[in-house]
Design a protein around this ligand. Structure first.
Ligand code: DQA
Length: 148
């Protein structure tokens, strides 16, 4: 049976590559998706999604409850504001890895707090888009032993 990983992206990440490239780089979200697919071990599949809307992300987390073994999530600015995404992630039983392209701890103080980190099994910040691959690898290593 194929193990499905949800890779979820929050607001403004559709503009990756164009938006503040000095912070987020010039690679696009399509590049991120392609990189994640390249390192995916046999037996795993990815559902790679982006939305600017909090409720849509929550719906995807609920969907993941039924179908996914793990979640990699870059919630964008919702990281710092959304109790609702935190609550949704708490309904998910598999591993959750939080990814930030930039090192949020080196930036404005409002980015230093994350609701999602209260649930995440791992937090990656400041590795650029490579953080997504690290997140996917971690979900795979945490779920590989589980019976398929
Ligand atoms: C981000 C960091 C957040 O603070 C910011 O709001 C984003 C992107 C990152 O990937 O570095 O939109 O999650």
């Amino acid at each position: 049976m194929t193990r499905l990983i949800y890779v979820l992206n929050g607001p403004n990440l559709n503009l990756l590559g164009k938006r503040q490239p000095e912070i987020y780089g010039r690679d696009t979200l399509a590049d991120v998706e392609a990189n994640c697919r390249k390192i995916l071990p046999d037996g795993y599949e990815i559902r790679f999604l982006q939305s600017n809307h909090e409720g849509v992300i929550i719906d995807w987390i609920h969907e993941a409850r039924e179908s996914a073994v793990g979640i990699v999530i870059n919630p964008g600015a919702f990281t710092h504001t959304s109790v609702a995404i935190y609550d949704a992630l708490n309904t998910f039983e598999g591993p959750v890895i939080e990814v930030h392209i930039s090192n949020v701890h080196k930036r404005e103080s409002f980015r230093h707090h994350s609701y999602v980190s209260l649930r995440a099994d791992g937090v990656i910040a400041g590795l650029g888009i490579e953080g997504y691959e690290a997140g996917v690898r971690r979900v795979c290593s945490l779920t590989a032993a589980a019976s398929a």
